[in-house]
Design a binder for this molecule. Structure first.
Ligand code: SF4
Length: 394
């Protein structure tokens, strides 16, 4: 139904000259209106050869056909459980060995005390971390249970696929048993991190030892089957090719066809500072916007595309929400992983500021909950006035 509605609405949007005059873009528009999808070969061609204003205009048309002028955000807090990790992904500046003097592992009490100052201000805690060599499912259950006891209203978005795999193996449980049990303890959704590029030859070079592409997809499929919604991500600008990015899109799209639980796709570029991948082909600003626009065009069955401002910065994020993205992360108190990797974007962004950023890009801010079920229209000048909106494109 969602497909039918947005494609019908897409056919009614006036076509900008930049799309009309570009054969590849106008054919892609026609394909989408007629219910088709863009094959990865055409995606590569669009990535390389389409004119940027036309590409972003097409992505923006699709975004408008699904969500109008609305751009979604939520109020969340990042708390990383531990930076101790048994792996050493080459792009990662966050992990530490267990004897490093900056290594930390939060107890359940410490985790809850990090949330306490934000009581009443957030509705989601985003918690990921390293693969702790000694932790088992008990550590995570305790953290989630204590969080839910103290903050029953807060949604827990936690664990990358490789963390789920690690916890399962450390606890001698299957992936399904692990997720089922953690759901019972309070886990509400998975953030989708760790997808990197879903091409094993690239993974072997940038994150040796991490789960295989098929395992990433399978873990998400099991979560979907258990009624745990997930996001999915892509780390680009390392050593992958444009074709690898398109393979990544295609795998996610196929997975969504079969398991259907991806809420949002979060593309983010590799940041070079303080990390260890000298051969990375860093993405330029233009390339970042191209990838975000292509995400919208290619991932026709994943509703939300995120401009991850903690990674790409406010300026590119405001361009991204006019280039296909409909979601912008978030008030994100205490984001750490991108910041140790070199991000300089300010943390602890409050809702009014974020709403102003969205408005300054000519869009309408809409506050959402963690799992895209409740929506509130926000006016940055009248932050106290909350109006419940009809849901667009859901
Ligand atoms: S990206 Fe995750 S799994 Fe890889 S080293 Fe960093 S914390 Fe560990």
């Amino acid at each position: 139904m969602l497909e039918k509605d947005w494609r019908a609405d897409l056919s009614k949007i006036p076509i900008p000259i930049s799309v009309k005059n570009d054969t590849l873009l106008s054919l892609s528009l026609e394909t989408l209106i007629e219910g088709g999808r863009i094959p990865k070969e055409i995606g590569s061609d669009l990535h390389r050869n389409s004119n940027l204003p036309g590409l972003t205009a097409l992505a923006s048309m699709i975004k408008h056909s699904r969500f109008g002028n609305h751009v979604f955000f939520n109020e969340n807090l990042h708390v990383n459980t531990t930076n101790v990790c048994t792996l050493a992904c080459r792009f990662c500046a966050f992990r530490k060995g267990s004897r490093h003097n900056e290594a930390y592992s939060l107890s359940a009490e410490e985790f809850v005390s990090r949330i306490e100052p934000y009581r009443g201000l957030i509705d989601e805690v985003h918690a990921v971390g390293g693969l702790h060599p000694e932790w088992t499912i008990e550590n995570y259950s305790e953290i989630y249970e204590m969080t839910k006891t103290n903050f029953p209203e807060i949604s827990i978005k936690s664990l990358t696929a490789v963390e789920v795999k690690h916890i399962a193996s450390r606890s001698q449980l299957s992936i399904k048993e692990t997720l089922k049990s953690l759901k019972k303890s309070g886990l509400n959704s998975l953030p989708g991190g760790g997808a990197e590029i879903l091409v094993d030859s690239i993974r072997d070079r940038i994150c040796m030892g991490k789960e295989k592409s098929s395992e990433y997809l399978e873990i998400h499929a099991i979560a979907h089957e258990l009624g745990i919604p997930t996001n999915c991500t892509m780390l680009f600008g390392t050593i992958e090719t444009i074709e690898d990015r398109m393979t990544h899109f295609e795998l996610l799209r196929d997975q969504q066809d079969s398991s259907g639980g991806f809420q949002c796709f979060v593309p983010y570029p590799f940041l070079e500072d303080n990390t260890r991948l000298p051969e990375a082909k860093l993405a330029s600003g233009e390339e970042i916007i191209r990838v975000i626009a292509l995400s919208r065009i290619m991932l026709d069955n994943i509703p939300h595309i995120k401009a991850y401002r903690m990674n790409i910065g406010d300026h590119l994020a405001s361009i991204a929400i006019n280039s296909g993205a409909d979601d912008i992360d978030g008030t994100v108190g205490h984001e750490e992983i991108m910041h140790v990797a070199g991000s300089t974007t300010s943390v602890d962004y409050d809702s009014a500021k974020l709403a102003r950023l969205i408005e300054s890009a000519g869009q309408e801010p809409v506050k959402r909950d963690s799992t895209y079920e409740r929506f509130e229209s926000i006016d940055s000048e009248l932050m106290s006035e909350i109006l419940v909106l009809p849901i667009v494109g859901q």
